[in-house]
Ligand binder design. Structure first.
Ligand code: BGC
Ligand code: BGC
Length: 605
């Protein structure tokens, strides 16, 4: 009897899984049929429109979506509608979509945004730690959960597509985008990148809250000489694959629907025109079935004029071109459309290439059910910035804090009599969030509504009898039982963050020195997008915590400082002793950083 039940169960399970497989296969072939049919009805203009992605601020008129059959709209860093609340964004989305739906074939546009640590362009959204902080958590499950929340906050604004995850493997801290990289370790990057894709896209792109993910920037962006942004990565093919490719392999395993090409070059050749990388490696060898998008005016950097940029790049395998008011042409998108049409008519870009690009884009639009569900689900709009969402971000923050030094002063007592707080980051939400927050470069001070600075978080944590005093300049520690010094990098993004000298500002160093002179024991909390050279400073304090760029939920940091959470954060990068050591990465010969990759103290020992 038992045996029969067993055989029956096995058969039953096999049937279910067969059915499931058939289901997915059916879905796929249904979509392929729809794509084929639609493609056969399209004119060349309509096809080229699908391949055109225009920044919302670059439109001469939003009606051009209808006029030129524009397939995609984006908001680059800081290209925002006037009303930047979630509702304002949703209305903006619906407005663009309404023009797309007025076209003959009613193909919906797909809207992309740099939601790289939360839906960070939206006032009141929850801002999560930047990737380097998430790297310190090493917690793929948590990052998947966080990405799900981020997807909900994106869906609440109508937007369909996040230009995330950045699966760059940052190998040189001079690079201004170091914080967009989870780690210097390719394996950690690939695990956390995959988790991000799974969270954003969820089980199926057809889920109404699924957000299309975009693995970027293909390939080798984190490996440029001297950490120069948009620079040149000089490595052989084997090293390129070993260090920079695993993130894409895993993202493709998770069915990532789009990939963005890097501004950078590989051995002197710009990736935006590199057919070997885009077509042979990504599409053929790795079997990537989604679509490839260029970076912001990225094709403009190819040698030649705008028309030859288009030719090279589309023929290399680019499916969609991201078009701002680029450096070579104002009103680029009209130019792009005209030039690409000419190129096809001149036989310089084969029709088969256009059809491949458009099929890939349409496939994603069908898979996302955009045709049936083109507008914002306003029920989700209200959830943007909710307490439930903030909880998950706070969890990410507490797991991201890496304790580098502790002479026993930590955890602080909540019923301490008096506490002094100081430093440029203590009451500065903008520095706590870093770049890509409301504005491309981020902003000082109250960058958005909602959120908790460390000063506010401390006040909400200590006992009601504790006297908390604050000044930004470091004068006023004397007489207090403890001090918390929050030093911080100024916000920056991309090439504006490139530097040959990763140090604290004179003001922050002065603050540390004056608190030291007051003889009050103190902990330093660092807000930064990368390890800062602290070799001469770390001896001065009683404890030191690297909190990266934690985002809006400052309470995650106080959870660690006051012992509600026993720190688990581990360095996702090697912490150099001095600038001369950079680049320094785990596995190097003669590896002797200030703190090694994986380092992080807790309160147990
Ligand atoms: C960045 C990308 C970003 C794009 C759109 C580019 O400058 O390199 O990471 O997704 O702009 O804002
Ligand atoms: C845009 C960013 C973009 C950058 C590239 C900025 O003006 O707002 O999104 O990444 O230009 O240079």
């Amino acid at each position: 009897m038992k045996k029969q039940i067993f055989i029956f169960s096995v058969l039953f399970l096999a049937l279910i899984s067969l059915n499931f497989k058939n289901d997915t296969n059916n879905k796929k072939s249904n979509i392929d049929k729809k794509v084929k049919k639609l493609l056969s009805e399209m004119t060349l203009d309509e096809k080229i429109g699908q391949m055109t992605q225009v920044d919302m601020l670059a439109f001469a008129d939003p009606q051009d979506v209808e006029k030129y059959f524009i397939g995609s709209v984006l908001s680059g860093g800081g290209s925002d509608p006037k009303d930047i609340t979630a509702k304002g964004w949703a209305d903006n989305y619906d407005m663009f979509q309404s023009f797309a739906l007025k076209t003959r074939l009613k193909i919906p546009m797909i809207y992309g945004i740099d939601a790289v640590h939360g839906n960070n362009n939206i006032d009141g959204a929850v801002v999560f730690p930047h990737n380097i902080g998430l790297g310190a958590t090493k917690n793929a499950k948590l990052i998947k959960e966080a990405s799900r929340i981020i997807a909900l906050e994106i869906a609440g604004t109508g937007v369909d597509w996040a230009f995330a995850p950045c699966v760059a493997v940052g190998r040189n801290e001079k690079w201004g985008r170091t914080y967009e990289s989870f780690s210097e370790d390719p394996t950690l990057v690939s695990i956390l990148g995959k988790a991000t894709v799974e969270g954003l896209q969820t089980k199926s792109l057809s889920d109404p809250t699924a957000i299309l993910a975009c693995a970027k920037h293909f390939l080798g962006d984190g490996g440029t000489t001297n950490g120069k942004d948009q620079g040149n990565t000089v490595v052989d093919n084997e090293t390129l694959r070993k260090i920079h490719l695993p993130g894409y392999i895993k993202a493709i395993e998770a069915n990532v629907g789009s990939v963005m090409v890097s501004y950078s070059s590989w051995n002197g050749v710009k990736n935006h025109g590199n057919k070997y990388l885009i077509t042979d490696l990504l599409k053929k060898e790795l079997g990537f079935k989604g679509f490839v998008v260029s970076d912001w005016a990225g094709i403009d950097q190819l040698p030649g004029n705008f028309k030859s940029d288009i030719e090279q790049s589309i023929n290399a395998g680019m499916d969609m071109v991201m078009i701002p008011n680029g450096p070579k042409q104002p009103n680029n998108y009209v130019e792009f459309i005209n030039d690409l049409k000419e190129l096809v008519n001149e036989g310089k870009v084969p029709m088969s290439r256009i059809d491949d690009a458009v099929s890939r884009i349409l496939k994603i639009k069908f898979a996302m059910n955009l045709f049936n569900n083109p507008y914002t689900d306003k029920a989700l709009t209200k959830e943007v910035g909710s307490q439930e969402h903030r909880k998950v971000a706070r969890q990410c923050v507490k797991e991201s804090v890496v304790l580098l030094k502790n002479d026993g002063i930590l955890p602080l007592k909540k019923d301490v009599k008096s506490l002094y707080i100081t430093g440029s980051g203590a009451d500065n939400l903008g520095r706590q969030c870093g770049g890509w927050t409301i504005e491309w470069q981020g902003k000082e001070g109250t960058v958005m509504s909602g959120g908790t600075t460390l000063l506010q978080a401390v006040k909400e944590t200590v006992s009601k009898d504790t006297r908390v005093t604050y000044s930004a300049d470091g004068n006023g520690a004397a007489g207090s039982e403890f001090a918390i010094v929050v030093v911080a990098e100024k916000p920056y993004a991309e090439m504006f963050g490139d530097t040959s000298n990763i140090v604290l500002s004179k003001e922050d160093i002065a603050v540390i020195n004056s608190v030291k002179e007051s003889k009050v024991p103190f902990v330093v909390v660092l807000y930064s997008g990368r390890p800062v050279i602290i070799t001469d400073l770390i001896d001065k304090c009683n404890a030191f915590a690297a909190a990266w760029l934690p985002g809006t939920e400052g309470k995650g940091v106080t959870d660690v400082l006051f012992g509600d959470y026993n720190p688990t954060g581990k360095l996702p990068v090697s912490w150099p002793k001095n600038m001369e050591q950079i680049p320094i990465n785990v596995g190097d010969k003669d590896y002797s950083p200030l703190f090694p990759f994986g380092f992080g103290l807790n309160y147990t020992k």
